[in-house]
Ligand binder design. Sequence first.
Ligand SMILES: CC(C)(COP(=O)(O)OP(=O)(O)OC[C@H]1O[C@@H](n2cnc3c(N)ncnc32)[C@H](O)[C@@H]1OP(=O)(O)O)[C@@H](O)C(=O)NCCC(=O)NCCS
Length: 182
Amino acid sequence: MQPIIETERLFLRPFKLPDASRVQELAGDIEVARTTLSIPYPYPDGAAESWISACNHNSDAGNGFPFALVSKESNVLIGCMSINIASPHQRGELGYWLGRAFWGKGYATEAAKALIHYGFEDLKLNKIWAAAMAANPASSNVMTKVGMKFEGEFKQHILKGDKFEDLVYYGMTRMDYENMRS
Ligand SMILES: CC(C)(COP(=O)(O)OP(=O)(O)OC[C@H]1O[C@@H](n2cnc3c(N)ncnc32)[C@H](O)[C@@H]1OP(=O)(O)O)[C@@H](O)C(=O)NCCC(=O)NCCS
């Protein structure tokens, strides 16, 4: 069962269907869609509801755990941090976005640290990784700030709109995690 995780300023909790309009409002911002690998723009009506249903299904099946990031101070949903699981390899992939008004305040770093702890301690993963567009330094900064290491760059790996984008990959093995904590 997907837990509720508490950090200094956030609750990380499963998404619920009533979150759909807020998800559409935040993720429907072109500046959020621009650097994500899978958020469409324009964000279609009904897509948030379908996505939340898929999240819950994935979570029930143990394939991935998408967490709504909720400000403790305002009780408002500000973004998403998910960990998708490749069980045969005991590996998790982080994916995340925040509403534009909440950028640059350390929230993604705070949530990523919590999911790394969850991934290694509770899910017993051996590795956590993430990918970002090379043209998205904020995301690369989040990954390095939580202790993930640069693993490489894939040139023109995805087509986003009408442009081929380079992707950068970052990772943390269980050994890295244990060394970081000791
Ligand atoms: C990427 C994203 C989640 C970062 O969230 P955030 O809460 O602002 O991240 P944090 O505040 O924890 O850390 C961001 C870091 O990048 C830095 N940064 C932000 N914009 C930057 C830029 N254009 N160039 C270089 N560094 C930048 C910040 O200064 C901060 O580093 P610092 O703490 O050393 O100052 C957010 O920008 C976002 O949602 N973007 C749109 C969606 C997206 O790109 N998701 C990731 C897909 S891989």
